[in-house]
Design a protein around this ligand. Structure first.
Ligand code: ADP
Ligand code: MG
Length: 609
């Protein structure tokens, strides 16, 4: 038996997993195809249609809530826009339903864009509250507008016809609805496995890391809010032509809550979880509506109470929903594999050796009364390794955050290659060629090492308009993906982490996670690397390897600003040291001189004997 390397195994496993997953998807599609053709009871077909309609909305919520970390109770209102759009235009204006779909999508896009723009920049509970307000107001608007038929709604919506085929029956609509479900699953999966998708997946951790890699997180949030709203709108369009009548009831806030419930029950982090959640809840509701009145001997919406109890139990015992349990029956999703070869990405022109790169001039940061960085000045020239050292709490990380735009300066300025950058957000600073790592590693633990590193190449993709979302959804980004993943693999090889490429980032030792962050920062194509305590948590051998790596990078023309605690580590590595204590620069110079400086000895050892 031949031994396979990790990489070969991952590639082989990926191919196997891919084919198995394709077979399973095809089987699922075949079942869907057969269901209406067999003598399935009409009732089941209707149930299937509703599950499909709900799934489409819930898939949008997986993207928005599960992956993006934003909660919306207002999806039912977007369903209503899709339904009323086509209902009004086809019954009152006499337009083709497909034009009604287009109009509904445009209105939805505009509404979601405006709501998104206003709320996504706020934090915390504003978005859920705003979506509740939006859901309620649209519901009452539908019910109060004369031309929408008030609470009676609109009747006589025409049958959809597609390629000359009339979709008059529930069975015919079943095919269309489930085709849309499968397309939505595919589209969202395509999106998530792309450059913008990785940026979306990076949103949940708070966005500081994503911004430092060049992601416009506020815009990315608006984009996924719009995508989720458009999926809801399509569901509403299909609903209107299935029912052939609309009224405001199914677009109320309680339905908005139910959609969210479906996504949570199914598994809010998984696209298929949306379909599962829609299926389980729709069937459960149906069964309970039949059984509970008989048991209790009275009519009423008792299923709501059962749902509430179930949700509490689920949130206590299975936060991830039920999809993870079902997923065990399927082969593991194959890892995204880097290609053997791909064209190189464009690189920035690099500064000449000795050019003044970073010029920190009397930078100051106050947190309330605490002066964390007290008028600190220093410079970094191209090709140098500068160490920023000092005891804990000296203000080193805060200085890093001032340079990289994570925090605004209170006073003073930071210049990079002559340009004042201290008023720029971090995504603009990385664009200019400053890459960074974090003292407390920021990575996506369930994503592979390769994909984590590829986030660093966010700004180096081909598709810039809309963040490349439409290209990703339509899978027009294959060439871009190959180039980005190849670059990520190349940087992983550069830092000596190629063997772990297909492991989950969270399974790495802390020291390796720091090296991963260096590879990710290198993917930004920086001229200046800012490393915040890269050697912390490394063993002696690993520290030596890191020092060798940094020297190699320096040899290739890279400049490095390095925060470090360990004096021995910086002594043989750095060209100059800047020493900080209590926010103030207390010494600067070549390592040998700094080492003997009384002020430094005082700070480090608590005084000279
Ligand atoms: P170092 O990286 O040198 O250990 P830091 O830059 O992390 O030090 O912290 C410098 C000082 O600023 C510490 O006293 C710390 O408690 C304080 N500090 C850092 N960040 C914040 C913040 N966001 N809000 C308030 N105080 C902060
Ligand atoms: Mg620090």
């Amino acid at each position: 038996m031949t031994m396979l390397t990790d990489k070969q195994q991952a590639v082989a496993g990926s191919r196997g997993g891919l084919t198995r997953n394709r077979v399973l998807t095809l089987l699922f599609a075949l079942c869907l195809l057969l269901l209406p053709a067999l003598p399935t009871p009409e009732y089941w077909i209707t149930l299937g249609n509703y599950i499909g309609l709900y799934s489409i909305v819930a898939i949008g919520l997986v993207l928005l809530t599960g992956v993006g970390g934003m909660t919306s109770f207002g999806q039912a209102a977007f369903v209503g826009l899709g339904a009323y759009g086509t209902a009004y235009l086809s019954t009152q204006v006499g337009l083709s339903p497909w034009l009604g779909l287009l109009a509904g999508l445009l209105v939805t896009m505009a509404c979601a864009y405006v709501i998104g723009l206003i709320t996504m920049r706020m934090s915390g509970h504003y978005l859920p509250l705003a979506t509740i307000a939006w859901g309620l107001s649209l519901f009452f608007l539908f019910g109060n507008l004369d031309f929408l038929g008030k609470y009676d709604g609109l009747n006589g919506i025409p049958v959809l016809s597609l390629f000359g085929i009339e979709l008059g029956s529930g069975r015919a609509m079943f095919y269309l609805i489930w085709a849309v479900v499968l397309l939505a699953v595919l589209a969202v999966q395509n999106l998530l496995n792309s450059r913008p998708g990785r940026a979306i997946r990076a949103l949940k951790g708070g966005g500081v890391m994503a911004e430092a890699m060049g992601v416009n997180t506020a815009w990315m949030k608006v984009v996924i809010f719009v995508v989720a709203a458009m999926l809801a709108c399509v569901s509403g369009f299909l609903y209107a032509h299935l029912q052939r009548a609309v009224n405001p009831t199914p677009f109320g806030l309680n339905y908005g809550i139910e959609y969210l419930f479906m996504a949570v029950v199914g598994g809010v982090g998984h696209v298929w979880g949306a379909v599962l959640g829609a299926g389980v809840l729709t069937i459960l509701k149906d069964v309970l509506q039949g059984v509970l009145p008989k048991l209790l001997g009275a009519n009423g919406n008792f299923e709501i109470i059962v749902f509430g109890v179930l949700l509490v139990l689920l949130l206590q015992h299975a936060r991830e929903g039920i999809w993870p349990f079902l997923k065990k029956l399927f082969p593991a999703a194959p890892p995204v594999v880097a290609p053997e070869h791909a064209p190189a990405l464009a690189v920035r022109p690099k500064p000449a050796a000795g050019e003044l790169l970073l010029d920190v001039r009397a930078a100051r940061k106050e947190f309330g009364g605490l002066v964390a960085v007290n008028d600190v000045s220093f410079q970094v020239r191209a090709g140098e390794i500068i160490g920023l050292i000092g005891p804990n709490g000296a203000g080193k990380s805060t200085t890093f955050n001032l340079v990289t735009g994570v925090l605004p300066v209170t006073r003073g300025e930071v210049r990079y290659r002559g340009e004042v950058i201290s008023s720029l957000p971090s995504r603009e600073i990385v664009k200019r060629g400053i890459g960074r790592t974090f003292q407390h590693v920021h990575l996506l633990p369930t994503m592979t090492v390769l994909e984590n590193v590829a986030i660093g190449a966010h700004l180096r993709g081909d598709f810039r308009a809309q963040g490349g979302v439409s290209a990703a959804v339509l899978r027009l980004n294959r060439a871009e993906e190959e180039k980005l993943l190849f670059e990520a693999a190349r940087q992983l090889e550069r830092v000596g982490l190629a063997d772990c490429m297909y492991m989950e980032a969270g399974s790495l030792a802390l020291g390796q996670q720091r090296i991963l962050e260096i590879a990710r920062a290198l993917c930004c194509d920086p001229a200046l690397l800012l490393l915040d305590e890269p050697a912390a948590g490394l063993r002696y051998k690993e520290k030596q390897a890191l020092a060798a790596l940094l020297k190699k990078l320096k040899g290739e023309g890279m400049s490095v600003l390095l925060v470090e605690h360990d004096m021995d580590f910086v002594m043989n590595l750095t060209d100059r040291l800047v020493v900080m204590e209590f926010g103030t620069r207390i010494a600067e110079g070549v390592p040998e001189a700094v080492q003997k400086d009384p002020a430094v000895l005082e700070a480090y050892l608590g005084g000279v004997e």
